[in-house]
Ligand binder design. Structure first.
Ligand SMILES: [Fe+2]
Length: 348
């Protein structure tokens, strides 16, 4: 299975993974053979790329952090929660609790769980995919940070609902390509607070869930918003949600920017270590979030191109790859002859 940007898809290729919309409904199933029309539809729908099955990478499976079944349920829940005008807090809370427990147990069931893939999301339904990704990534980071199951439930709930305050900001303001008026800017900057107040007023979540939502745009050095808290004064939940939020936002296509490659987003996070992000969280992030996801094409320092087959945590810059022209498999971590070869860039 390998990842290809939409522009490189050809009719006749077989999908390597199911594709869902932002409501968790399956659009196309794995093994489906793409026609020209389907490729155009995927493009129009705003999917930047998809996984396909091919001979070259046969046998390479992408380890999914969340099972597709759970992921669909979470998408549906977030979708409805964002759009609902009339809330039924007790029922919703129960639903969220149950689902979060499934998410956390799913993640904990694999002790070596790595965030290792390109997400298949479309551009229009960004906020739902984004909420689910931030929850998943935050849970992976929290698990490797050593959080207990209870703490992971708090963290994952905060991460899933981190942007719920955007419910109260108009979509055309959130997606504006123009510069915002002062009043609009003020409102956007208020979204952590609006979310915090909405949850606090209507729901009975652990107070740390609300703190996680409130602090997700604070910077470790105190330059964030809305309260300009710094260091350990920012809730640990918010510090983890923050890094997951930035990573997923940067690697997504938005009205005002193209999707950045995972390797460039990781570079940014390294550059902002200790200013924007808590170094303890960055440490964990760098060990478990891949720079070159499995199935993606990379460029090697000797000019060859290869597809990533497997990642090794702690050594994410040196995965096992398969060279495109020759089919040669190189383990950049352990092959003695490959010591001088490095990956120069991700080609997606
Ligand atoms: Fe936010």
């Amino acid at each position: 299975m390998r990842y290809l940007p939409i522009v490189r898809l050809q009719p006749g290729m077989a999908l390597g993974q199911d594709i869902y919309d932002g409501e968790g409904r399956m659009l196309l199933a794995r093994h489906f053979i793409l026609s020209k029309e389907h490729i155009e539809n995927l493009d129009n729908y705003g999917f930047p790329g998809v996984y396909i099955d091919d001979e070259f990478t046969a046998g390479t499976e992408i380890e999914q952090v969340l099972s597709p079944e759970i992921k669909c349920r979470v998408l549906k829940l977030v979708h409805d929660f964002f759009l609902k005008e009339e809330h039924t807090p007790e029922t919703e809370e129960e639903e969220i609790r149950e689902l979060i427990l499934d998410v956390v147990r799913d993640i904990l069931s694999d002790g070596d769980v790595m965030y290792n893939m390109m997400d298949l999301k479309n551009y229009d339904e960004y906020v739902y995919f984004h909420s689910v990704n931030v929850a998943t990534l935050a849970a992976v980071i929290g698990a490797h940070y050593g959080m207990s199951e209870y703490e992971l439930k708090v963290l994952t709930t905060a991460a899933l609902l981190h942007d719920i305050g955007k419910k109260f900001v108009k979509v055309d303001v959130l997606n504006a390509r123009r510069s915002l008026t002062e009043e609009e800017k003020r409102l956007v900057l208020q979204h952590p607070k609006l979310g915090y107040e909405f949850l606090k007023r209507n729901y009975n979540f652990d107070p740390d869930v609300c703190e996680g939502v409130l602090g997700h745009h604070e910077w470790y050095n105190g330059e964030g918003y809305p309260l300009r808290r710094s260091g350990e004064d920012i809730s640990i939940y918010a510090r983890i949600v923050k890094i997951a939020d930035v990573y997923d936002a940067m690697t997504s296509k938005r009205p005002y920017h193209d999707a950045m490659s995972p390797s460039d987003a990781v570079e940014y996070i390294m550059a902002m270590n200790e200013s924007e992000f808590d170094p303890k969280i960055v440490d964990v992030f760098l060990k478990w979030v891949t720079v070159y996801p499995v199935g993606c094409e990379v460029e090697l320092s000797d000019g060859r191109r290869a597809v990533v087959l497997e990642n090794f945590h702690d050594f994410l810059l040196r995965p096992k790859v398969k060279v495109l022209e020759s089919g040669e498999i190189i383990n950049l971590l352990s092959d003695q002859d490959a010591r001088s070869i490095t990956i120069t860039k991700l080609a997606v």
